[in-house]
Design a protein around this ligand. Structure first.
Ligand SMILES: [Zn+2]
Length: 263
């Protein structure tokens, strides 16, 4: 297989720390379990249509050195600023001038009620059924149930009263609770603990209130202890959060935090 565009660079301290916390060791050789300190990449052509693919791998010092020597390149320094870790969609959403406002519509559909989400740009973001409620339930009760569901499943709150559209539908503009003035200065309850429900993982959770969907960040599952989890939390939660002093109790810790949307 022909490959080209070989490149190697050192990982930043934060990247090394993060890969270590998630057990992402050197991926340059099948059995190498050493700490990843570099990123090695190259391009190659795949499939009958010859699509160009970029291979990106983590590598330890030794395997990165071998890769560089084999391809006659030097290992570049780590970038001065941390590479963006957010996905393309999250990055795009963060760059919007205002928090995205969505519109929620409920309407009768046969013998059930259906909820539809619309994004600001008019695209349908999602639909859901309210199957436990029969069609002859009053619209006011449907909207009440919908608000409860929006908070519990999506942390969305209404921005005004519901509007009846005259064709059996009702709709309301909504936004994330943390982007609404009424909740913007509310303190979140933050905890850090080892979550063993599926596979042991240190997590941080932030709860705005009992009615709202909890936010969760994975902190790592390898070479972890409580204090490393705490050191890691501000970076994983991101710059929108201001955390208070931690109260440590055994394997858990708690504090409160404020959230401010940063563009
Ligand atoms: Zn290696």
């Amino acid at each position: 297989m022909s490959t080209w565009g070989h490149h190697a660079r050192r990982l930043t301290a934060d990247e090394i720390d993060r890969y270590d916390r998630f057990g992402d060791v050197c991926g340059a050789a099948p059995k190498c379990q050493l700490l990843a300190t570099c990123q090695i990449s190259y391009e190659y052509r795949t499939g009958q249509r010859g699509r160009i693919t970029i291979s990106n791998r983590r590598a330890c010092d030794g395997h990165a050195g071998k890769f560089a020597a084999k391809h006659g390149i030097t290992i570049a320094d780590a970038p001065d600023t941390e590479p963006a870790s957010m996905g393309i969609i999250a990055t795009a959403a963060a760059a919007w001038p205002a928090p995205p406002t969505e519109l929620v519509t409920v309407r009768r559909c046969g013998n059930q009620w259906m909820t539809t989400f619309y994004s600001l740009r008019g695209m349908t973001a999602g639909t859901g059924w309210l199957p436990s409620l029969p069609a002859d339930v009053a619209l006011a009760e449907i909207t009440q149930h919908t608000e409860t569901m929006l908070a519990a499943d999506h942390r969305l709150v209404p921005l005004g009263p519901w509007q009846l559209t005259g064709d059996g539908r009702a709709r309301v503009p909504v936004a994330k609770a943390e982007d609404v003035d009424a909740w913007a200065h509310h303190r979140w309850a933050v905890t850090v603990h080892l979550d063993g429900s599926y596979r042991p993982m240190w997590v941080a959770t932030a709860m705005l209130g009992p009615a709202f969907k909890v936010r969760t960040w994975a902190l790592g599952h390898t070479n972890m202890d409580r204090d490393r989890a705490l050191r890691t939390t501000p970076g994983e939660m991101g710059p929108s959060w201001t955390l208070g002093e931690w109260t440590r109790t055994g394997d858990t810790a708690s504090t409160t935090a404020t959230y401010r949307s940063v563009a």
